[in-house]
Design a protein around this ligand. Structure first.
Ligand SMILES: [Zn+2]
Length: 408
């Protein structure tokens, strides 16, 4: 299977200029192609009888060479791959949009998500150097994987740093699994609650940094636009954003690696992100937990460590249904942290209940072999689970007692 590799590169001012030029050309080609394809779609909508064929990425590149390239001399200063791959990505973006996997591609702005792709002779030299076409040798901080020959590389900018990424062919590494099925509930209070009773509460340091970030952003509002002071503080803000993102990604990687390495089946719920983003409080939690990144990591890690990922339909009421008897509650507000079943009397944390529901769905899938179904838990895991459940139960009862008098 192909795995992605991404690392920061050390660059001098000359390289910075070339990289910037490439990204600029890629962005120009993307925006030109997007404008054109949008115009074609518009035309086809208005004239259903005289439809124009939607161009392929090769068509787009041909038109670009014929119509655009000669007008702008700076197109000739960079590798021809930059606009070519930009148009290819644009076409893929439209395909995702047509198959309803993503929204329509958007115009790119300078300095935001700058990136471009190159192919040709790419060589890894020694531990920390990589040779790429046109730009030459780039140095990295981290050591590069040895014995691989990437076919394409993508260079991207985030804040003031540049990164190189490419795909590597990797063998599947099956690991011994401690649990057969796990349901994972992503929440607001905790990043993830597992049906085995484990809780991942999210990286604590990001909260401190977030405070610092809001302070900086607040101060920035009172600075004179385009002044040096303003520009400096903008760089500081971008760096902090980057730092927070790095800590989050790191934490998420730990969680997804743990899930994929130790569980044969991982069951998660597909989030109705667009619906949730309209709820402001939830929106923050979702972007904090970065669900898409979580799903992406789980997808490839489950492949890598030979486990299966089951994604449950987002309309399943996992938090409202009792995992013991299946009784469904009419409503459950976000502030209700404890789930109490009126039918069978189960009482416990609402996120744990949701995770257990997901686990139940995972167990019902035909993919699970009869052997797995027969002995759902190994002795140790069953014991561990029961103690954990017991702890949840007593904790939540204690918590309830604490709360109740004040409510009365
Ligand atoms: Zn019940």
């Amino acid at each position: 299977m192909l795995l992605g590799f991404k690392t920061e590169i050390k660059i001098n001012s000359h390289q910075q200029q070339i990289l910037g030029k490439h990204a600029g050309v890629a962005r120009h080609a993307w925006n030109w192609g997007l404008g054109l394809t949008k115009a074609i779609l518009n035309h086809n909508k208005l004239n259903p009888q005289q439809k124009i064929k939607f161009p392929t990425s090769i068509d787009l590149h041909k038109w670009l060479v014929a119509l655009v390239k000669s007008e702008y001399s700076w197109y000739y200063e960079v590798s021809k791959c930059a606009p070519q791959f930009a148009l290819r990505n644009l076409r893929q973006g439209w395909e995702k949009c047509f198959s309803k996997k993503a929204g329509a591609p958007r115009f790119k702005k300078k300095g935001r998500d700058d990136s471009f792709t190159l192919d040709g002779t790419i060589k890894i030299i020694g531990e920390t150097q990589i040779q790429v076409p046109v730009i030459g040798v780039l140095k990295t901080y981290e050591s590069l994987p040895s014995g691989v020959k990437p076919k394409t590389v993508t260079l991207s900018r985030k804040a003031a740093s540049w990164f190189i990424s490419f795909k590597i062919e990797t063998d599947i590494k099956p690991t011994p699994k401690r649990f057969d099925v796990v349901g994972v509930d992503l929440g607001i209070l905790n990043l993830a609650v597992l049906s085995t009773g484990e809780i991942f509460c999210g990286a604590k340091k990001t909260r401190q940094l977030q405070k610092k970030l809001s302070l900086l952003q607040w101060r920035n509002r009172h600075k004179q636009l385009k002044s040096k002071n303003w520009a400096d503080s903008n760089i500081k803000i971008a760096r902090l954003h980057n730092q927070i993102a790095n800590i989050r990604t790191d934490y998420l990687h730990k969680l997804t690696t743990y899930l994929a390495k130790n569980h044969s089946f991982v069951v998660i719920e597909d989030l109705n992100v667009s619906g949730m983003l309209s709820n402001h409080k939830l929106a923050k939690a979702i972007s904090d937990g970065s669900f898409y990144e979580f799903k992406r990591q789980l997808e490839y890690k489950c492949q890598l460590y030979d486990s299966k990922l089951i994604i449950v339909d987002r309309w399943f009421p996992s938090s409202k249904t009792c995992h013991c008897c299946g009784e469904k509650k009419e409503s459950l507000s976000l502030s209700e942290r404890i789930f109490e079943c009126s039918k069978c009397g189960w009482i416990g944390d609402r996120d744990l209940n949701a995770a257990l529901n997901l686990e139940k769905i995972g167990r019902a899938t035909p993919e699970l072999t009869p052997v797995d179904k027969k002995e759902p838990f190994g002795f140790t895991s069953r014991l561990r689970r029961e103690t954990l459940l017991q702890r949840w139960l007593t904790d939540s009862r204690a918590w309830k007692q604490e709360v109740k008098p004040s409510q009365a």
